[in-house]
Design a protein around this ligand. Sequence first.
Ligand code: PEP
Ligand code: MG
Length: 754
Amino acid sequence: MSVLLTLTRIVQAAAEADSPAVQVRKLVDGIQREMDVDACSLYLVDDHQDLVLAASHGLGAAAVGHATIPHKQGLVGLVVAGRHPVNLVEPASHPAFHYVSGSDEEQFRSFCGVPLIRAGAVIGALVVQRREPRPLSAEEEAFLVTLGTQLALVVANWQDWHETDKYAPRVLRGIRGSPGIGIGSVFLCEDLDLFSVVDAPCRDRDGAKAQWRELLSRVQSEVREEQSALGDSLSREVAGIFDAYHMLLSDPALRLGVEQGIDAGHDLPSALRGVIQHFAKLFMAMEDPYLRARHEDIRHLGNRLYGTWREGMTGSGDENLPGGPLVLVGAQVSVSHIAAVPREQLAGIACFQGSTLSHTAVLANALGIPAVMGLGEVRGIGEGDNILVDGNQASVILNPEPAVLAEYRELARSEQQLRGLLQELRDQPAITRDGHRVNLYANSGLIADLSPGLAAGAEGLGLYRTEIPFMISETFPSEEEQYRLYRDVITAYRGKPVHMRILDVGADKPLPYFPVQEPNPVLGWRGIRFCLDNSALLMTQLRAMLRAAQGSQQLRILLPMVSASSELERFHVLLNDALAQLLEEGQTVCRPEVGIMVEVPAAISQLGKWRDEIDFLSIGSNDLSQYLLALDRNNPRVSPSYDHLHPSVLSEIARVVEAGAALKLPVSLCGEMSSDPEAVILLLGLGIRTLSLSAAQLPRIKWLIRAADSGEAARLAAQALQLRETNAIRELTESYLQSLAPPWLSKQHEVKQL
Ligand code: PEP
Ligand code: MG
């Protein structure tokens, strides 16, 4: 018996059910059948820690959904409290036995229960029973334990499965996508899969061909409309995605291929599937990695065409949208979904998958839409449900209570007021009460981000993530395209420093047209390693940057993920080469300052050896925390433990500041820590005087610096370095923060308590 195969079979059957009650019922039916037992029951822990019989095959139907076993009682209570399997015969004569009325349990003479544990907490128990007095064999028990482990990941929690709780409030935690509060009703973004379409014959070939032509032209004009809806706000980067769709849609091979399929007797969806599969396969087999990656676009387009066909050619434009503010909810929320909703109606985005740096989050940030990513597999969300997206706390509340809703509305209103208040600080310097100047730079990755940064009073661009334009392009951008883009960036920040990071792809930032399969991508082909191994790409990028910086002293080049001396040596050979080439071509380029991101812990002890190769240090606290703590920054399962205020992160930052001072290298910090007020106080205390952060957070951090005292911050930092626990460090900084009484804190604090 392969546990995984068995579970996949069972879960797939359950997924087809259209209500949670039927789904759990299918799960227990499947397990009963696969294990050849007489009964299988699923108990789930409720809010009072009692065990509710959520589903059963074999126990009396009257008990299902109603019967509860009080906390720590019965054999099921033993399983849950002891967190270990109980496997025995004659359960009714066991002293712990608790008879559940209506269950008809007396007919069973064997019992085996295993706990269901998720993220360290027991969420329920899975029980199988037989009429014969025969315990499960050791092999069967091990199988049930393994099944239980997997099942715990599938059965999220009792509320997810309990139909009567459908309208109860539910708080879901995710990953930060874009800040702000969004309140609206759920608008589901469905994921269709053309490849799962089953072959069917065509009854009216001429009719199907006419329908196909109409479908093509409808999707073409929809794509055009979406492009113009977004065009102004997102300029060139997003336009590239749409151009590729236009190209594919007008390819005669697609049009004729489907017509031929219909002529051969297939209905429209199966003819379309045949052609799309054929092309996707052709591209998959290509040697050129760029062309190979096109198969994803083709598949995406196929789903798009199929989706429109399924809507019965009624279109999916604004006329189908419900009224009022909407929150887009789905496994993935695409650019097309975002474009389909008028900006004034789009209140937020809640994504089951994705990370802070996925396209959706990047677009949401650029458009100022609150977004939460990586919520995990969420069940039981229905179209039209009330939903609240808290992009500040990375949480989503389904069906919030009226009181909670009112508090959040108040918070959203006061955030709006605060924006006005903070705006007044735009041209004021960030100077502490005791006269220490802090440079506040902006982080950016999109042209659309540049003006908010400047509007917020950024004194430079501290981190320009060049991978973002690469990620939302359809091909590697040419030297000319990059030159124009970088020129725009440098011009926008005229006279101010611009720190351009060379391409930092890999792991959570994949290039759609350069798929890389790695068993452990976070430890794989990333950052400078990727750039040096693809030196032609790096050379193109360096040439574009150097050309764009001509006539200004603004460019600083930032190297991501540096961990070895050889990386710096190889980089400088390439930089020298790029400079020599351009000078030979008659360009007036000059050598820019070069700095490294301190984000791989290995770099810290090596800084002294790199003095002659670098001009500045920029701490990447996101990756530094990830690698120091060995916690994936984008994994919702471990995200509660991922905190950049961990004592070891603080002491490594202190080491970097010390090394920077000894080597006379300026040190800045450009990770998320720069936008976390509690962290900023400690960074100030550790001696950091340059922070780079998102435009949206810049004004409040400026407010904080102007209210703080660097001597007090230093005392606080020294105290924090002595503490053992992240929580204790947070308590320490929180109370200092409260003493400063920032205008945003009280309301946010109240809402946090809800
Ligand atoms: C970081 O790692 O802290 C950082 C700023 O870079 P990124 O988030 O782009 O990896
Ligand atoms: Mg990083």
